[in-house]
Write a protein that binds this ligand. Sequence first.
Ligand SMILES: Nc1nc2c(ncn2[C@@H]2O[C@H](COP(=O)(O)OP(=O)(O)OP(=O)(O)O)[C@@H](O)[C@H]2O)c(=O)[nH]1
Ligand SMILES: [Zn+2]
Length: 349
Amino acid sequence: MNARAAARALDALARGWDIIVESETGRLALRPVETGGAPLGTGRKLLISAARAITLKLANQKEAARPDAPVLIAVPGALDSARAIAIADPSLDLAQPMKGPFAAQPLPAPQAAEAAMQLARLAGLLPAYHLLDDGEVDFDAPVVTPADVAAYADPAQLRIAARARLPVSASESAEIVAFRSDADFHEHVALIVGTPDDSIPVVRLHSECLTGDVFGSLKCDCGPQLNGALHAMAHARWGILLYLRQEGRGIGLINKLRAYQLQDQGHDTVDANNRLGFPTDARDFAVAAEMLKALRVPAIRLMTNNPEKQAVLASLGVEIAERLPLQIEANPHNARYLVTKRDRTGHQL
Ligand SMILES: Nc1nc2c(ncn2[C@@H]2O[C@H](COP(=O)(O)OP(=O)(O)OP(=O)(O)O)[C@@H](O)[C@H]2O)c(=O)[nH]1
Ligand SMILES: [Zn+2]
């Protein structure tokens, strides 16, 4: 269980370099479609998601247990990078409609293939790889196992790295606390608002949303939620905003923008994620439980409309004294998004 092997693999994927994923059932030499160059030759094979295989109308892919399960396809004829990306990226389907037909192939090393799909998501890439022969793979390709990938995502290695006073517009008495983890390079942050005392704090788990938090996007409710939560904390005895670096519900910013492109084509926020080959929500709230532990906060009054967050935190031993709603006025740009969250992901709106 070596998170560092996973970190090396993620670094390679981001740069378009090859990786080798090795499990008990075998090993796969893979090159990321989005960032790596297409290997030479014809009759190549691609590892893609089940959701993508269904959209590409593969004969035997009528339904999939999960949208992010791996499927191996054979691609007839020549395959350059542009064609490989068009096969992998659903947001290009309207611009480049004719793809296929493709046949699903027997999947060698299924556990390795599953880990590869998780690595693509953790790297913020399209979940798609070229399958390489052993003789083609980079000589120094990092070798990673499914256990390494699981260790990478383990938030138990989180610790406080730095803290400082940070007056903010919602409250002049606030302190920012940054956390570091041995496993991954995400810098999760907490903002402690007001003066901690022995009362139960108002706590908000806020997942990073660059478009909403920074640019004031009208497409979601994140910006007003961030603002509303900080002001509510300033009026309570004290509160903690946990700012989780889990952009795009855990699929990363670039993939979220692809999801936005699919939403512009009529898909809702759930179908868009799934069509890209990702789960509806790929976040890991265990990070938040570790942050609360490091801050020595055993009980909270959780500000959320998302029962899933509440259930996960409670299952991780966080005592939730109360759930406080965080309702945001809809606007014409996010009305469908809010209705979808109410109707399809159980948000209490
Ligand atoms: N993939 C994807 N992520 C989105 C979309 N809209 C917002 N997000 C991300 O969703 C996260 C915010 O989650 P929300 O669903 O708004 O809220 P929640 O955390 O589930 O529930 P609350 O606690 O009630 O706010 C952030 O990481 C945003 O980047 C979208 O259309 N697609
Ligand atoms: Zn948002």
